[in-house]
Design a protein around this ligand. Structure first.
Ligand SMILES: [Zn+2]
Ligand SMILES: [Zn+2]
Length: 180
């Protein structure tokens, strides 16, 4: 029973932490050059230029890949926050800690497959699910309004920090889509 409880706690902690990492990296690194410059990091500058200057400037449906976000870079940049959580929790419970680690690894892979599907439309089976359609709509809105919807597959922090797209913005995009 305790073991199961620790696994559930690990999943809950990991969700909050990984969602936070997804949010922070996307909002403050991929969309804000000033923090990369403040830290004097050419690596972070390149990530920002690639995401804001290439990924977001392309049509939502991509037909080219050169210069776009790289899976290795995004995975490495998103890792420190969850890994710090895994290390801090280890002395309290190895089960919670390992569950968090497992969640973060699965997340990294899932994030990439889901984001790739959004821009490539390869027709993977999961695209028929309501969950996918919901998160794709949110990401489509992020591409229309880059100052909102920084969470991609784990919604939480946009709602908590007030950066979710407004009802008015969503209605406007729906209206535009009905004309195309
Ligand atoms: Zn995208
Ligand atoms: Zn973005």
């Amino acid at each position: 029973m305790t073991h199961l409880l620790h696994v559930l706690l690990g999943l809950a902690f990991a969700y909050v932490l990984v969602s936070f990492s997804e949010y922070v990296v996307h909002r403050f690194i991929l969309h804000r050059m000033k923090y990369a410059r403040l830290l004097g990091s050419r690596y972070l500058e390149r990530l920002c230029r690639t995401h804001s200057g290439v990924h977001h400037r392309r049509d939502y449906l991509h037909d080219r890949h050169e210069g776009d976000d790289r899976v290795r870079d995004l995975s490495l940049t998103g890792l420190p926050i969850p890994i710090l959580g895994v290390i801090l929790v280890w002395p309290i419970s190895s089960t919670i800690s390992l569950t968090m680690f497992f969640f973060a690894m699965v997340y990294g892979f899932t994030w990439w497959v889901v984001h790739d599907e959004m821009h490539e439309r390869r027709g993977r089976a999961f695209t028929r699910t309501a969950v996918y359609r919901y998160i794709e709509w949110k990401h489509y809105l992020h591409h229309r309004y880059p100052g909102s919807n920084f969470n991609l597959i784990l919604p939480l922090w946009d709602t908590l920090l007030g950066t979710a797209t407004s009802r008015e913005q969503q209605a406007l995009v729906r209206k535009e889509m009905s004309f195309t």
